[in-house]
Ligand binder design. Structure first.
Ligand code: AFP
Length: 411
């Protein structure tokens, strides 16, 4: 897909107003010890505030403010955050379990990426296969795909998993494809309980990984339209009947139906950024305690930036309006009147993370080689667009909102 995310830019990614400056305050406050009368008074005040807040819509910032009423945080971990959201009815317990698994998989992948240069024979280089996108698979693509898939599968909360690295979506209650016999991995009691679909790219930017350049995991969670209706065979690689294909196609939804999305950036630190559709929150892996700790309670993309991020090596192949637009912002002819500089890693998670925090524009425009752009709608475009919009930015193709586009297939 052709894709651009940015706040406050003219053509082709048009204007967004009013995005507030991003808050990066650290929430790791010390534990507070209040004397008993003060606690009683505080509890009364908290109850009154809670009653007032019940009238207002819930946002990520509001949920974090409510934690402060509890007055005992030594830092809000991702697991604590999800428990609090579940307690407040913002997410259900299934989504909480799914995020437990995503969190654990992210820690394992972070460790693999960090230690890969020390275990080159095992972890670096090509696997020898080409994935469904026609790209050479790296060993780490395959290993991280298994880590993520297995972590999610064992939750028993997912009907379907779809990975950028797999040819077909996987029925989450079974394992074993291709020549191997399909084996149930969950007892009947836990199997088929899932009403969620998880789409993910376990190691985006993996062509950079051998050089130790930042890479990331991208994921999105949808609710299955009606899980009961899709009776799929255990081994999807053996082909589907027309009815089953229709049923699966029915589970393909546009990004605006996402209930959650996020990414994990494996870089100088490991950053996990997520949204449940109520703002965007960021966590950093504290390796000393093995926990993701909230470091950015409410991420808002700055309303104007000065960086553009795109592979300008392809500029001669872009449409004329796109080429002109980039030339204009480079020359300071955009709305800010200041020239934009180029920063491009070629690893979407890193480029998006910087754009989210510093502002500006990230784009992968269509070119003569990639008529719809190179990025995959389901695994990259939709989850990242959900995050961008939730942070006050825009995600467009130049013609339409990315989140409105229904995916044509699982690839
Ligand atoms: P790899 O996973 O093959 O490294 O691709 C990464 C990616 O999908 C995305 O993360 C980048 O933004 C984009 O491709 C970079 O593509 P170019 O190398 O064509 O600029």
């Amino acid at each position: 897909m052709s894709f651009a995310v940015a706040p406050g830019v003219a053509q082709p990614a048009s204007r967004t107003q009013g995005a507030r400056a991003q808050s990066t305050q650290n929430t790791r406050s010390g534990a507070s010890s209040l004397a008993a009368p003060a606690v009683a008074a505080a509890m009364g005040a908290c109850a009154a505030r809670r009653a007032q807040r019940a009238q207002k819509p819930r946002t990520a910032t509001r949920v974090v403010q409510e934690f402060e009423d509890v007055c005992e945080q030594t830092g809000v971990t991702l697991s604590r955050y999800c428990i609090e959201l579940a307690n407040r009815g913002i997410i259900d317990s299934d989504l909480d379990s799914i995020f437990n698994s995503i969190r654990e998989a992210a820690k394992v992948i972070s460790k693999l990426v960090n230690t890969a240069p020390l275990k080159q024979a095992e972890l670096l280089g090509l696997e020898g296969e080409v994935n469904v996108q026609g790209e050479d698979q790296k060993k780490l693509d395959v290993i991280t795909n298994d880590v993520f898939k297995n972590a999610l599968r064992y939750t028993g909360k997912l009907g379907t998993l779809a990975s950028e690295e797999e040819d077909e979506p996987v029925d989450a209650s079974w394992m074993g494809t291709g020549e191997t016999e399909a084996i149930p991995v969950l007892s009947e009691e836990f199997a088929d309980t899932g009403k969620y679909i998880c789409v993910f790219d376990p190691l985006d930017g993996s062509s950079n990984v051998d050089a130790g350049i930042p890479v990331g995991t991208i994921f999105g969670v949808f609710e299955e339209p009606d899980p009961a209706e899709c009776e799929l065979p255990a081994d999807l690689s053996k082909g589907l009947s027309e009815e089953q294909q229709k049923c699966l196609a029915g589970t393909l939804q546009p990004g605006k139906s996402l209930v959650a999305a996020g990414y994990v950036l494996y870089s100088a630190s490991t950053e996990l950024v997520l949204t449940f559709g109520k703002g965007v929150v960021g966590f950093t892996l504290d390796t000393s305690i093995g926990e993701f700790v909230m470091t950015r309670p409410s991420i808002k993309i700055p309303s104007r930036g000065k960086i553009y991020s795109a592979n300008t090596g392809n500029i001669a192949e872009w449409d004329e309006p796109m080429r002109q637009y980039i030339e204009d912002i480079r020359a300071g002819k955009g709305e800010s009147g200041k020239p934009y500089s180029l920063r491009y890693i070629g690893s979407m998670v890193g480029d998006i993370h910087r754009t989210l925090l510093y502002g500006g524009i990230f784009a992968y425009p269509a070119d003569t080689k990639n008529q719809d752009g190179k990025l995959r709608l389901l695994y990259e475009g939709a989850p990242m667009s959900f995050i961008m919009e939730q942070a006050g930015g825009k995600a467009i193709t130049g013609h339409s909102r990315v989140l409105d586009i229904p995916p044509a297939a699982w690839i």
